[in-house]
Ligand binder design. Sequence first.
Ligand code: XMP
Length: 317
Amino acid sequence: NWNITDYVSEAIREIRETVGENGMVLGALSGGVDSAVAAVLTHRALGCGRLQCLYIDTGLQRAEDEAHVRNLSKHLGLKIKVVDAKERFLKALEGVIDPEQKRKIIGNLFIQVFEEEARNLGHFDFLLQGTLYPDVIESGEGSASVIKSHHNVGGLPQSLGLKLLEPLRWLYKDEVRNMGRWLGIPEDFLMRHPFPGPGLAVRTIGPVKEEYLDILRRAHSVLERVLKEEGVYNELWQAFPVFTGVKSVGVKGDARHYGWVLAVRMVQSVDAMTADWYKAPPELLDKIASSLISEIPEISRVVYDITSKPPGTIEWE
Ligand code: XMP
């Protein structure tokens, strides 16, 4: 498609122009589509020697994120360092229940860990970020009030003295996916649903504990598998479980079972600015609930979120 070819060449030209002859770029990979497309594009523009990627394992990501990042890097020849910071994030979040406080703690610690690692990796001039057009709008530039503090925009470059490289700044998600396709990123990676920077911490209502994160990770994998089996994964903008922090009585076998209530959120959207709750067929909801309850012993009940955005937001926190 000539359109995307043109767009890619233009983006590559712009990266080269911005970074100059000798500029060094540090890229943060998150496990998601945007940061990966940004990295592959930059790799195309500058070659291997001038782009170093960093993946910080916060312990708040989906079960498959790290493997995806490693595979993709190998497949496309990206230079990547993986940092295990799980303990630090869990410790910093201990006892915190306020959503904005969670977001701030995670954002700040992310910057701190990132800075430490960046200094060890050498000298850089630019920080590469996979910021999209809707991120720019929702994070306050041009909008009257900030609803949630997103941790992927701002912060990092100032403290590291780096200039910002944001080659996807004018694009919407579907355009980024098209670009990724053109760049040879595998389809199953490109169609992954968006995932928030603060990760599972903002899908765990109340205090964040490893025990709860573990339930969420398993639930996420079960939900994703069912949606793929039923062929609806690609129709959804996002689909994820929320750990409600509420317990409820159920029956398992013949016995009383006092377990956790898991909420399932599935939405359709084009840019996340607005979203409709997914009018799932009852048979699908049934399969989701029974799979979750039978495969995750800690769960006793599954509820479905039928709030659109607005008035709800997509994430619960
Ligand atoms: P909300 O919950 O504000 O989410 O309706 C809109 C979209 O943004 C994602 N989201 C984030 N993405 N950093 C991100 O990179 C964040 O801090 C963050 N918070 C929410 C959310 O998953 C949805 O797609």
